[in-house]
Design a protein around this ligand. Structure first.
Ligand code: NDP
Ligand code: OXD
Length: 307
């Protein structure tokens, strides 16, 4: 039995080294060197090549190298009997929380203004009066960790999930009505939903029309959650008044994309939280062992539900 790493746009060498450190007995293959492909039982994938799975007749499970499984879930070459899992460890979630706290607090405390003042040697003390309300669309692994980080700052935290379930202390919303409610309450509305057929295009005109004047939208989910033209229009009307975008329909973002130069858009290049090699190696080995023992991989997703 063998474990394949198929991450064409990421260097797999370090990951392979850490997996070997964890368990030197693992027969490890790195795409595109499959060897005897019939021996591959488990694949660790990130943006895998389209036809890869057609070449793996004895694959038992595939795991996303990150938290999102959207690049795998609709792949018709992954047979239904092959389980799909994901690696979403505590470090990934903590790093996501750090990114969100950093962007929210920097904006709330108007840190860029002090940077400008410093250039001009201008002394203008200012601090916000009250903590902002944070709304988290998605209260899964990433959302829960982020909710805890905002709660530690004593920010009011609201959450939105399919089931209406969420962490203790978070005011939860669900359904169409709940989406409108959380949009209307939040000073910072953060998208941490998985990309599925139900969530695609959720960040659109109808949602923006419910947002508070001058509020901020943060998208760290997936680019396809956002209807870009609707956001550009909404920013003109001030609902939202600012956007922090980490994920895009096309990555890298095209050089002539209007987001780059927009005065009320802050762009980061899909790095809100990047899977760390050591954590990924530990989780990958655990997941592989589970699959060899006949169990589902770590973070097994419901293929019908899409996450
Ligand atoms: P989880 O699967 O743990 O959580 C998903 C959450 O979304 C759950 O609360 C779920 O509700 C909710 N949800 C799903 N569908 C719907 C729906 N139709 N309506 C309302 N709520 C819904 O995911 P993670 O928290 O681990 O990750 C979320 C996403 O974050 C990833 O899929 C990925 O796209 C993105 N991500 C981005 C990164 C970056 O660097 N930009 C890094 C890591 C992740 P319920 O609880 O009821 O099931
Ligand atoms: C992930 C990501 O899903 O990096 O882990 O976006």
């Amino acid at each position: 039995m063998a474990l394949l790493i198929a991450t064409p746009d990421r260097d797999a060498v370090e990951l392979a080294r850490h997996i070997r450190d964890q368990d030197p007995s693992i027969d490890l293959r790195i795409w595109p060197a499959l060897g005897d492909a019939s021996e591959i039982a488990f694949a660790l994938a990130w943006k895998p090549p389209g036809k890869l799975f057609e070449q793996l007749p004895n694959l038992r499970a595939v795991s996303s190298l990150g938290a999102g499984v959207d690049a795998l879930i609709d792949n018709p070459a992954i047979p239904h009997g092959v389980a799909i899992g994901r690696l979403a460890g505590p470090r990934l979630a903590a790093n996501m929380a750090a990114y969100l706290v950093a962007t929210v607090v920097a904006h709330w405390k108007r840190l860029p203004r002090f940077f400008e003042d410093q250039q001009k040697r201008r002394w203008r003390p200012w601090a916000p009066e009250s903590p902002p309300a944070v709304g988290l669309l998605g209260t899964g692994k990433m959302g829960q960790r982020s909710a805890a980080a905002f709660a530690a700052l004593e920010f009011p935290v609201h959450g939105y999930s399919r089931s209406g379930r969420g962490p203790e202390g978070v005011v939860m919303h669900s359904g169409e009505q709940g989406l409108a409610e959380i949009a209307g309450i939040s000073d910072y509305l953060i998208n941490l939903l998985p990309l599925t057929n139900t969530t695609r295009g959720i960040l659109a005109r109808s949602l923006f029309s419910n947002m508070k004047q001058g509020s901020t939208l943060i998208n760290v989910g997936r680019g396809e959650h956002l209807v870009e033209e609707d956001l550009l229009e909404a920013l003109e009307a001030g609902r939202p008044g600012f956007a922090v975008l980490d994920v895009f329909r096309q990555e890298p973002l095209a050089e002539d994309h209007p987001f780059w130069k927009h005065p009320r858009v802050f762009v980061t290049p899909h790095c809100a939280s990047i899977t760390l090699t050591v954590e990924a190696a530990e989780l990958a080995v655990e997941s592989y062992r589970r699959v060899l023992a006949g169990k589902p991989p770590l973070g097994a997703v419901d293929r019908e539900r899409g996450y």
